[in-house]
Unconditional design. Structure first.
Length: 141
């Protein structure tokens, strides 16, 4: 498993080894041991630009996923997850969570989007994704 992380924000310190460890646990649980993905950590301004550019929505958001799904004999490239740590910090306060807990939720949420879970398709798909998120979050504690 390969996990690449790029941090483009300065407000919140991140432990890249901890992020990689969490993702590796989740990828093992999803039976994606030979996979590869990247994580980009951004601020509100950068996320707003990306959300406008790729989704046509002119506001910031907490997480974006860009599935790639490329296969080779050596690896399975899942794609890219972009997480807005500034929004994660605000949401954590709003939900009564720590920033790390909210970050973990966004990480798993983004990962599930990479493997074709989509809560916006229908009520069934939303419930399915919520169930898988809870399952993974409980397993990687």
């Amino acid at each position: 498993m390969k996990v690449y992380i790029k941090n483009q924000q300065r407000l919140i310190k991140v432990d890249q080894q901890r992020i990689k460890s969490l993702l590796r646990k989740a990828l093992r649980l999803l039976r994606l041991r030979k996979s590869e993905l990247s994580i980009l950590l951004v601020n509100d301004r950068r996320m707003r630009i990306l959300n406008r550019q790729y989704r046509g929505v002119d506001r910031t958001t907490d997480v974006l996923s860009f599935p790639q799904i490329a296969h080779s004999s050596q690896k399975f490239v899942l794609g890219d997850i972009v997480i807005n740590l500034h929004k994660a910090k605000r949401q954590a306060a709003e939900y009564g969570l720590t920033v790390n807990e909210e970050f973990k939720k966004l990480l798993i949420h983004g990962l599930l989007h990479l493997i074709d879970y989509d809560h916006e398709k229908s009520r069934y798909h939303k419930k399915r994704m919520e169930k898988k998120e809870k399952e993974l979050l409980d397993a990687i504690k």
